[in-house]
Ligand binder design. Structure first.
Ligand code: ZN
Length: 595
């Protein structure tokens, strides 16, 4: 596990070395007010400062958007890093040497080999990039890229290059650097011929380094320049470093921007990414022709909570899209589909209409069920009763795929009932042509969309996915058992999603050693294990735990406020507003603000 990489002692030394004011100050100008520092929030747009930093406890909190945490979460959020990466980043920044947990000799050998191969790939990327700009042979490639309107600065930043047409330039250079031909094959830059000799894998092609989230080159994608060259695209073959379905082109350069924007844009190809970056939409990555894999989805979710798919969606089936949307929801990611004009890609759109037009397309992005519903309606024959029934059949599962009692579902139901001119009850699950509705009687014909939604059977486990903030809170309770017990007793339904409430119950009984007597229920046991491991690898403190609980509490109050506003329950709203004020005051105290 990556997070157990470093010794606890060295992680503590990193935490001690952090200068919170300096760290945050690099992103936002801070001014000292009493015991705290205030400035403009780096996480949301604002004109008056509502972001404060407590240097003593090493905490930050934004009274505007609610972002809060410690130095590690700050680096994770602003740089889009995971825990281990954030620790490495901070260790680097404050000059603390991290000690690794002792590895078994085999694992250490593997790690050294991987590092050696990655150095080779990095050198090769540098070689190709230099060759693109300096050699006469690469002129056609430079012209090709310029004709697509791609910015030289962006091309250089992405280390786009050119592989010479000679059969052994990389091979010779690599051997000069002490690499054996077999290592170059393992790294994917050379291959063995039928008669046993070695030659360069990429020749006379534009090269795109495929880097991981940390910017380490793991392979290359390469595009032919001449039409006669086959195949048009050639990638590194799968090897010990490079796995096709895992990769997102541009993720290393998109991550920080995605964390700031709260969204990541997914496009099809290299030039789409380069064009979008050139236009300032730096939160863009490409999946390079594959269907979205679970690994890619996880990586996207680490970058931002909203994923905008600007792909040729017609090419993927409805089932695949819904599956992706469900998987995203389980990870707490919102997947939306950007409708591109038929037969166009983002690079062409950008060149033709510019960034503002593309931004408008992004703003109009639809949830997956909405997008699919539109596709069904556009393809249906609405003139005949049979055609409308057929459309209803296809639409029912789409409605069922939206969250219950959500605005998204309301709007979808409204749009569909308007187009088909049927009552909303026709869209309720179980109200198919086989006759009766669930309740055993025909649904009321004049039911409003809201009513149809409300009568749906609530099925357990379909609540919002357990958020990372809940996991973090529970892990900190394990790390700080004294305060943890007290807060666990306070944490109720409004604070924790269903699965996490079961974890809470287990923790209250086994806070000293949560793993000793795991619950029988498999998914709860898995969550407890995950949370205990999180607690073991991510050091916490009482102030961070307090802040974390206040966050959950504020979230609960906001949610209840919205419900009260919907129901026009003014008395409850007043009570909740007071509650929110008290919770905010407690945050204020914690942040060292006076008065
Ligand atoms: Zn903010």
């Amino acid at each position: 596990m990556a997070t157990a990489l470093f010794t606890r002692g060295s992680v503590e030394r990193v935490k001690d070395a952090i200068d919170m004011v300096e760290l945050v100050g690099a992103r936002s100008d801070l001014r000292r007010v009493g015991t705290r520092h205030v400035g403009l929030c780096p996480f949301h747009d604002e004109r008056t400062p509502s972001f404060s930093v407590n240097a003593e406890h090493g905490l930050y909190h934004c009274f505007g958007c609610g972002a809060s945490g410690d130095a590690i979460s700050f680096v994770r959020e602003t740089e889009g890093l995971d825990f281990a990466e954030a620790i490495e980043h901070l260790a680097d920044r404050y000059g603390v040497e991290l000690e690794r947990e002792e590895e078994d000799p085999r694992a250490e050998e593997d790690r050294r080999r991987r590092e050696r191969l990655m150095r080779l790939l990095d050198r090769t990327a540098t070689f190709y990039a230099r060759y693109l700009w300096d050699s006469g042979e690469a002129r056609a490639a430079r012209d090709h890229l310029a004709a697509r309107g791609l910015d030289e600065q962006v091309l250089r930043a992405f280390r786009v290059g050119y592989a010479p047409s000679a059969w052994n330039r990389v091979l010779v250079a690599g051997q000069g650097d002490g690499y054996a031909p077999a290592e170059m094959v393992a790294a994917g830059v050379a291959q063995m011929g039928r008669r046993g000799g070695y030659f360069d894998r990429f020749r006379a092609r534009i090269t795109f380094p495929l880097a991981d989230a940390r910017g380490r080159v793991l392979g290359f994608g390469a595009r032919a320049v001449r039409d006669s060259q086959k195949p048009k695209y050639l990638n590194s073959s799968e090897n010990e470093l490079y796995r096709k379905g895992r990769h997102l082109f541009g993720i290393d350069r998109a991550r920080a921007a995605a964390a700031r924007a709260g969204r990541v844009i997914v496009v099809e190809g290299y030039t789409d990414v380069l064009a979008l970056h050139g236009a300032g939409l730096e939160e863009s990555v490409a999946i390079m022709g594959t269907a979205l894999t679970p690994e890619q989805l996880t990586e996207l979710g680490r970058a931002a909570t909203t994923v905008l798919m600007a792909l040729d969606a017609d090419a993927s089936g409805q089932e695949a899209m819904l599956r992706a949307a469900r998987a995203a929801e389980q990870k707490g990611i919102e997947l939306r589909v950007v409708e591109l004009p038929k037969g166009s890609d983002p690079a062409e759109l950008m060149a033709a209409d510019g960034a503002p037009a593309f931004e408008r397309l992004l703003e109009g992005a639809l949830s997956v069920p909405e997008f699919e519903a539109r596709r069904v309606l556009d393809g249906a024959d609405l003139r005949t009763a049979h055609g409308r029934d057929r459309a209803l059949e296809l639409l029912r599962p789409l409605v069922a795929a939206t969250p219950e009692r959500s605005v998204v579902r309301d709007e979808l139901v409204r749009r569909v009932t308007d187009r088909l001119e049927v009552p909303a009850s026709y869209l309720a699950p179980g109200s198919g042509p086989d006759g009766t509705s669930r309740a055993g009687r025909p649904a009321a014909p004049d039911a409003t969309p809201g009513a149809a939604v409300a009568t749906r059977r609530a099925h357990p486990g379909s609540r919002a996915p357990a958020e990372p903030s809940e996991r973090a809170f529970l892990a900190m309770c394990v790390g700080q058992p004294r305060l943890g017990r007290e807060l666990l007793l306070h944490a109720g339904e409004g604070h924790l999603s269903e699965g996490m409430q079961l974890v809470r119950g287990h923790l209250l009984e086994h806070l000293d050693d949560p793993l000793a007597d795991l619950p029988d229920e498999e998914s709860t046991a898995a969550l407890v294990t995950e949370i205990a491991m999180l607690a073991g690898s991510e050091p916490s403190s009482e102030p961070t735990l307090r802040l974390s609980f206040l966050q959950l509490d504020l979230r609960r109050v906001e949610r209840e406020l919205r419900a009260a506003a919907r129901e026009r329950d003014f008395e409850r709203q007043r009570g909740l507003l007071e509650e929110r004020e008290r919770a905010r005051e407690r945050v204020t105290e914690l942040m060292g603000e006076t008065g």
